[in-house]
Design a protein around this ligand. Structure first.
Ligand code: SF4
Length: 238
């Protein structure tokens, strides 16, 4: 609760009416931020290359502790050889490892790709399930991957929280947590449900290209007026 009062003071004395006013102010600020990001870049998309929900699932599993660019280097050959869960479920693990080696953690990821595909065949007739619970029961699939799939493939609003969203949401005081699930809930509370998917993607891309970890590009930031982070302009990492 203390954190909310501090932010109320920082953002112009909305403290008068108590926590409700603070939450309303935070919500209004979050929506201003989204409008500005949207005006600066009307279209937003996932930077992983994929053509089907299965391919996005595989690419997202591969992206753990890697970069989208690196994943996009390996997936064309991977998807050409294993276009559906059927082929990947019957793959030789060493062959998969050799194809995905550049993304790192390749042995564990190869195992996940194969067992995940086997589970898709056994439990879902090779289709991608459409609930978070079922997605998270698949090998190698955590909440972030499940939310990516829900939002991008099935149109189910979902806030995706990755390392960039954790950093940007904290700098913008849209959360005071470092825990992904708490940040997800905090962003759900301030963004319209219809903006959960694209809104979190905009924050992610803002973090990747502008509000970078070590050297945020504050001089070309379109939301600087709504940012009171102490490292603004100075490039302090957090
Ligand atoms: S002003 Fe700087 S620190 Fe604040 S959101 Fe923009 S880039 Fe990030």
């Amino acid at each position: 609760m203390k954190g909310l009062w501090v932010h109320a003071h920082e953002y112009g004395g909305e403290i008068k009416g108590g926590i409700t006013d603070v939450n309303m102010a935070r919500k209004a600020r979050a929506r201003r931020i989204l409008r500005a990001l949207k005006a600066a870049g009307p279209t937003v998309h996932i930077e992983l290359a994929y053509a089907t929900p299965f391919q996005l699932l595989i690419a997202t599993i591969l992206s753990a502790q890697s970069t989208d660019a690196r994943v996009n280097q390996v997936t064309p050959a991977l998807f050409a050889r294993y276009p559906t869960p059927y082929e990947l479920a019957h793959a030789n693990q060493e062959t998969v490892e050799s194809l995905i080696r550049p993304v790192g953690l390749y042995q564990a990821k190869a195992r996940y790709l194969i067992t995940c595909s086997q589970r898709l065949l056994a439990d879902f007739h090779g289709e991608i399930p459409r609930t978070r619970e079922a997605l998270m029961a698949l090998p190698g699939v955590g909440r972030k991957t499940a939310n990516v799939l829900l939002g991008a493939c099935f149109g189910i609003p979902a806030v995706v929280v990755d390392t960039h969203v954790i950093r940007v949401a904290n700098r913008l005081a849209l959360t005071s947590s470092r825990t992904p699930i708490q940040i997800e809930h905090d962003l759900q509370a301030v963004l319209p449900r219809s903006d959960w998917t694209q809104g979190s993607q905009r924050l992610l891309l803002h973090g990747r290209y502008v509000c970078r970890a070590g050297h945020p590009a504050c001089a070309r930031c379109v939301i600087w007026e709504d940012c009171n982070w102490k490292g603004k302009w100075g490039g302090i990492s957090c």
